[in-house]
Write a protein that binds this ligand. Sequence first.
Ligand code: CP
Length: 329
Amino acid sequence: MLRELLPKSQAAAAPISPVAHSLLGKHILSVDMFTKEHLNEIFNLAQMLKSRVAKDRPLDDFLRGKIMASIFYEVSTRTSCSFAAAMQRLGGRVIYMDQTSSSVKKGETLEDSIAVMAGYSDVIVLRHPEPGAVSRAANHSRKPILNAGDGVGEHPTQALLDIFTIREEIGTVNGLTITMVGDLKNGRTVHSLARLLTLYNITLQYVSPPNLGMPEEIVRYLASKGVLQKTMSSMEDALPTTDVLYMTRIQKERFASEEEYQKACGHFVVTPKLMTLASRRTIVMHPLPRVFEISKEFDSDPRAAYFRQAEYGMYVRMALLAMVVGARN
Ligand code: CP
């Protein structure tokens, strides 16, 4: 726990958590870097911060004077805005760069842009359409870089917020059956989430349109970690045993043609009627944005967790920024 969160009398004597310290100054590029201890530390801090925000308690001493560079070469609503909100709630400030209004238009390379932006900021949040581009950029940055999504590669902070959501909504992750539905081939959120879930004792079920299944490399990795995986042909088959239904968008921007994209659409849609097959305790998650895969009629169902999930993301990103940048002690 960071010392700001303790009463003053205990704070002076409290040691800095070694786990928090172990993320200080570190790049967050892939979920593979996390241990269970890291996750517990991040989630405990996120929970504290969530409670402080709910009580309108001041938090702006944490990162006062620090600057986050928000660099998005691909569009974003949640990742971009929740990181910005997180930094500002902790007292820091944000500068922005994107590929359409910067000197990227004049041919500046990613490596050069990152080297420059690292000089202006204390931490960089980077999204890029090419898998591996964020790791490449990290080689040119003397400030920590947080991967905000690299093409069909990884989205590690999304995976963290997804697991935090499950913990907050259900109380535990162990023992659950999680069903991932949709474009599992191109969806980076499910790639990172599946990998991170290997730290827990869970069962995974996959439901996807033809040719959009979970990549073989990830299936093999999970199998090597002892995760039970089942591929199912319909949501009707999967729902009765599902604790967490994780819906995903068909990733239109990753398809070669509109025709191919259209062929992949409309197979799996959450509706109030379909959800009568699931338990009353099953939660429905989605990294958002949704297109057609969850009907709006389902939004008022208490099991619809996706908007709460988006908010949990801000608390998880607050915790990560505090740990990586180093909140004042
Ligand atoms: N979940 C997610 O990454 O959303 P954005 O693309 O809007 O950031």
